[in-house]
Design a protein around this ligand. Structure first.
Ligand code: SF4
Length: 327
């Protein structure tokens, strides 16, 4: 295992901040999600925190998973079941996937009429289930800022998040603040103690107005795209859904006798005495590795206990044998 480098430090910082937000707020933090509209893979935000809204309980009652956007936007309603293929304005394959996932999650139910499959919603989609999306960019060491300024400027000009924050372990100087867009908030966070100081409050962004997305930067030109308020609303819902389904404990614990789980579900190595990134550090080439069982951490149970996310909702499907299963 290499000595702790920038990436392992950022990973441990990110997990510590997610655990802290989970403990100190009602928010639902999730890690590493696409946060652009026109070029979704171009901006991956470190943490997207969902702030519950007035209809949050209606959303948690449906499913613990992500509800596919295509299913939400389809012509499948709560009333009369419709022929599945007629309800989607996309490829057959994409529609099929959306239907299957929506049925699996309990958002759709299906029935067969002759050789045809019909679907309907089990409930209306509660649009106001989230109140805000908070985007957090982590940069433990401000002396190695990388693309930080560009990332924050992109977030501010696009306005997909209601608030955008930089989280750092570094002491934040006036010069640092001056380099960042003034709308971006700044937190100083100590991943060891969990102390978080608000250095600057974020300015709320206008999510209900068109935004400007930085699509590509080349040496002599920068391509941007104007994103309408309606496109942003769709992207925000997709992002909120993905965050709800994904959360932040997305790693596998290593099958190593020296691996442990912290009380809040972070992977810790007793040999190196710190949180580790299993995907990067716990391979066969780790000199201290000792084959053993992976720690017995039930991360879904932890998330259920520590956040408003509901692991195993009763569901809204009217469970009748043969109705919710397509055979
Ligand atoms: S948990 Fe095991 S494999 Fe991972 S860094 Fe520690 S000793 Fe190496």
């Amino acid at each position: 295992m290499p000595a702790s480098d920038d990436r392992t430090r950022e990973f441990a910082f990110e997990l510590a901040l997610c655990a802290h937000l989970e403990a100190e707020t009602e928010w639902l933090p999730a890690r590493q999600l696409g946060a652009a509209v026109v070029a979704p893979g171009r901006r991956i935000v470190d943490i997207c925190a969902v702030v519950p809204g007035p209809r949050f309980d209606e959303r948690t009652a449906i499913t613990a998973d992500t509800i596919p956007t295509r299913a939400i936007e389809s012509d499948v309603g709560v009333g009369e079941a419709v022929y599945w293929r007629d309800a989607f304005d996309c490829s057959r394959e994409a529609a099929r996937t959306a239907v299957d996932r929506a049925v699996e999650s309990g958002f759709f139910e299906r029935e067969r009429r002759g050789a045809r499959e019909y679907v309907r919603r089990t409930t209306r989609y509660p649009e106001e289930w989230f109140a805000e999306l908070v985007g957090v960019e982590n940069k433990p060491d401000l002396d190695a800022p990388g693309a930080l300024e560009r990332q924050l400027r992109t977030d501010v000009s696009l306005g997909l998040f209601d608030r955008v924050v930089l989280a750092t372990e570094s002491y934040v100087t006036r010069a640092h603040l001056n380099r960042l867009p003034e709308e971006a908030g700044v937190w100083r966070f100590d991943p060891e103690t969990g102390d978080r100081t608000v250095v600057r409050e974020p300015t709320p962004l206008r999510t209900d107005r068109p935004g400007v997305e930085l699509v590509e930067e080349r040496p002599l030109r920068t391509d941007v795209a104007v994103v309408s308020a309606a496109e942003k609303a769709r992207a925000r819902r997709r992002l909120a859904e993905r965050a709800y389904g994904k959360g932040w404990r997305t790693y596998e614990f290593p099958a190593c006798a020296r691996a442990d789980a912290t009380a809040d579900g972070r992977p810790r190595c007793s040999h190196f005495g710190r949180v580790v990134d299993p995907a990067r550090e716990c391979g066969a080439d780790c000199p201290a590795r000792e084959d053993g069982d992976a720690p017995d951490a039930d991360v879904a149970a932890l998330r259920d206990t520590r956040t408003p996310w509901v692991r195993d909702p009763a569901g809204v499907v009217r469970r009748q044998s043969g109705l919710d299963r397509f055979t």
